[in-house]
Design a protein around this ligand. Structure first.
Ligand SMILES: Nc1ncnc2c1ncn2[C@@H]1O[C@H](COP(=O)(O)OP(=O)(O)OP(=O)(O)O)[C@@H](O)[C@H]1O
Length: 374
């Protein structure tokens, strides 16, 4: 088993101010991160990502709970004593120092020999493409360059943990994807344990070993990309991860000789019990209602018992995206072959029991997953 680097143990963050109602920004957060692991905190705006990062860094106090890094409790320590390197928005470069001296600062205070510092600074500057501005002052460079300088300043250090808040948020898409690749190589090569905040799924997938999906201050699931897609823990993760998102419908359920999922005011997906995997039948049990989920790639088009009106049909160069009207809701289907049918026409479709995800109608918790990879 890999050695654990960071343990977040039942941490809560409640912001209290005199005039406003308290904000419970992070709720009972527990997670353990292995040494060398790269983790993305992913979620929509206000879900608690930055609060989590700031508590680990020491810029915010935890309201309750503990944080350990490299075997030491750190939640009471000042930021500088945590041995954490960070690139944060608002954690700006020192204006009186050149970019070079900003990057070298932590190394100088650790008594690293000068030639070694110079080499390390040059190397990291090349990686983030700021060699040309090393002798400029922060006030004379662009926002994107400042962001890269601040990233370089964090990465050049030796630390037990690297915290990166939207590290490439201000960069153009092309530079972003190049830097992403280089950043990943660096982190992996040097075994740098890191957590970065993003709201971009592509970035999370490209960089992270595991992704922590947060919503409403609650960690919804902490898993790798494939697991999040194939086995989402609940409806939130199911519909948040994946592009286009999973289709979901409320359904009345029968679980007898036949297993039926009758979509309200719509078609019933009807299977012989023998076709339905036992774990699915057990998970459904006697409940009369459930939410069913189907990934757009799992809808079979042009065949099957059901038909629906096409609302739109777009060929994206390598796949067709169809929106179809199912029970007054849009069901999105993706096909890798062009589909000739036009908007307004009807098209047959089929949904195999292997591709159905089933969720509890009340809590949204996953009951069973399709076995077919989406
Ligand atoms: N200093 C503060 N005082 C009061 N409430 C705060 C403070 N900082 C954050 N919050 C609130 O806590 C919640 C979580 O905010 P946080 O910044 O952690 O979310 P986030 O997921 O990082 O969002 P974003 O992607 O927009 O940065 C939000 O409701 C936010 O308004």
């Amino acid at each position: 088993m890999a050695e654990t680097a960071l343990v977040i143990d039942n941490v809560d963050k409640i912001y209290r101010s005199r005039r406003k109602a308290p904000v419970h920004a992070v709720k009972s957060l527990s997670m353990a991160i292995a040494k060398g692991e790269i983790v993305a905190l992913l979620g929509s705006s206000g879900c608690g990502k930055t609060s989590t990062l700031r508590m680990i860094a020491g810029f915010e106090e935890v309201s309750t709970g503990g944080i350990s890094l490299a075997g030491r409790r750190i939640e009471q320590l000042a930021p500088a004593r945590r041995n954490v390197a960070m690139a944060f928005e608002g954690y700006s470069l020192y204006p009186p120092l050149t970019v070079r001296d900003n990057i070298a600062f932590a190394l100088k205070s650790s008594n690293t020999p000068a030639p070694q510092i110079a080499k390390a600074v040059e190397e990291i500057a090349r990686l983030v493409e700021i060699e040309a501005i090393l002798d400029r002052y922060p006030s004379s460079i662009s926002g994107g360059q400042q962001q890269r300088a601040s990233l370089a300043r964090a990465l050049v250090r030796r630390a037990d943990l690297y915290l990166l808040d939207e590290p490439m948020g201000q960069l153009e898409p092309q530079l972003r994807s190049v830097l992403r690749g280089r950043l990943k190589n660096l982190l992996v090569e040097r075994g740098m344990t890191s957590i970065f905040v993003t709201h971009d799924q592509t970035e999370a997938n490209a960089l992270a070993d595991r992704i922590a999906v947060m919503e409403g201050g609650v960690l919804q699931q902490f898993a790798n990309q494939k697991e999040l897609k194939d086995r989402p823990a609940n409806l939130f993760v199911a519909t948040f991860i994946g592009e286009p998102p999973m289709n979901v419908f409320d359904a009345a359920v029968e679980n007898g000789e036949r297993v039926r999922f009758a979509i309200a005011n719509g078609p019933a997906l009807d299977f012989a019990a023998a076709e339905v995997p036992e774990p699915v039948r057990n998970a459904i049990g006697r409940r009369g209602r459930a939410v069913i989920g189907i990934r757009p790639h799992s809808v079979r088009l042009g065949t099957g018992d059901h038909q629906a009106r096409i609302v739109s049909n777009q060929w994206l160069g390598d796949q067709s995206h169809l929106a179809m009207d199912v029970a007054g809701k849009l069901m999105v289907a993706v096909s890798h072959a062009p589909v000739a049918a036009k908007a307004g026409e009807t098209l047959r479709y089929q949904i195999g029991v292997q591709s159905l995800h089933v969720f509890d109608a009340e809590t949204g918790a996953a009951l069973s997953h399709g076995t077919e990879a989406a």
